[in-house]
Design a protein around this ligand. Structure first.
Ligand code: NAD
Length: 337
């Protein structure tokens, strides 16, 4: 067998036809245009032939990440840039709601994300905006296109978390979490997708959670918001697929970020396996309690363990992936459907 690349077509027997070479050049979207050429197996969109780096190359693309001041959002912003994309980093950089257990992010946090993006050699744009405000997001979309260029990738990542038993909740503990996480993610799609529809091309990635795949004791509003995001993602994938836009959910397990790095969260993590968690648990106690049940034997992941999956979902190689859930959990996935 020769060592040059050979890709079977759908029939599995003929060499690579020229149309694939055309589609792989970043204009696969043309196949979605639905204008003169009717769709057929021969001109259908495709992820194209095997070539080195195609799951990680984002050269020339423009990405937008919400909640990018820190944590997973920052890692995704920097990872997109490290793989060739210019990035707009959006964050509220301040107080979100009394129904957020985590300390607020700051303008300095967002500036650090910008610094890290620029350190990769890519352009970066910081935008302070609240995902609950769809008009602010529409303005942000216009600004990104004016200052960076046409948006290819949107990552709806911003969220808050509330730890409170259901029967002890104030109204805000329920409503603010649903409004911020679920409505805010829908706002992000509704504000940015129209630009992608115009061009018949785009990638949308939403952040759900393993807590959106199973119930969570004392975090029902967060869990419900993250289940809701999966329904939103699948519905958006159905509606936007004919416009050449993919919509997928990234599902992290427990990741060490300001969202999870405090005593209440530590106690809840230990309580998953122990009936009497310590009043003031240390990070080491959480790590040890969790790692026994995690197949890859870690207590939690790092943000940069999650971000490579966003790069793949944003890449040309993921052209045929939509309506899907991509879990990065260290192995918690093995215990869940
Ligand atoms: N850390 C984990 O263990 C974990 C696990 C599963 C899923 N997730 C999800 O990953 C995403 C990122 O989480 P993280 O752990 O990095 O959290 P984080 O608290 O470190 O970062 C979240 C960022 O979102 C921003 N934000 C929140 N509400 C906003 C709003 N209304 N407008 C603009 N920005 C807003 C915050 O200011 C903050 O910078 C979230 O969707 C979260 O639900 C996290």
């Amino acid at each position: 067998m020769s060592d040059h690349l050979w890709i079977p077509d759908h029939a599995g027997s003929t060499p690579l036809p020229p149309r694939r070479a055309i589609l792989v050049g970043g204009i696969a979207a043309a196949a979605f245009a639905g204008t003169a050429a009717a769709q057929s197996p021969e001109n259908a969109p495709t992820a194209g032939p095997v070539r080195p780096g195609r799951g990680s190359q984002l050269t020339g693309k423009i990405g937008v990440v919400t909640g990018a001041a820190r944590g997973i959002g920052r890692a995704i912003a920097v990872e997109l840039a490290a793989n060739g994309a210019d990035v707009a980093a959006i964050d509220i950089c301040g107080f979100v709601s009394p129904a957020s257990n985590a300390a607020p992010a700051t303008p300095e946090d967002l500036a650090e994300t910008i610094r890290q993006v620029q350190a990769t050699g890519r352009r970066a744009l910081a935008i302070q905006a609240d995902i609950r405000n769809i008009e602010a997001l529409r303005e942000a979309a216009d600004r990104v296109e004016a200052e960076l260029g046409q948006i290819n990738v949107v990552v709806a990542n911003a969220a808050i978390q509330r730890w409170k038993p259901l029967l002890e909740m104030d109204d805000s503990d329920w409503r603010d979490v649903i409004d911020n996480n679920l409505n805010g993610t829908a706002n992000t799609i509704r504000a940015f997708a129209p630009k992608m529809v115009t061009r018949k091309s785009g990638r949308i990635i939403v952040l759900s959670s393993m807590q959106g795949k199973h119930g969570t004791k004392d975090a029902s509003s967060y869990s419900a918001s993250k289940w809701g995001i999966l329904g939103l993602m699948k519905s958006a994938a159905i509606e936007l697929g004919p416009h050449g836009i993919t919509v997928n959910a990234l599902i992290p397990g427990l990741v060490d970020t300001p969202l999870t790095h405090y005593e209440t969260r530590y106690r809840e993590a230990i309580a998953e396996t122990q009936s009497n968690p310590p009043e003031h648990p240390t990070p080491e106690q959480v790590w040890n309690a969790r790692k026994v049940q995690v197949p890859l034997k870690v207590g939690w992941l790092r943000p940069e363990d999650v971000s490579p999956a966003a790069v793949f979902l944003a890449s040309d190689a993921a052209a045929m992936v939509t309506g899907a859930e991509y879990e990065v959990t260290g192995g918690d996935s093995a215990h869940n459907v």
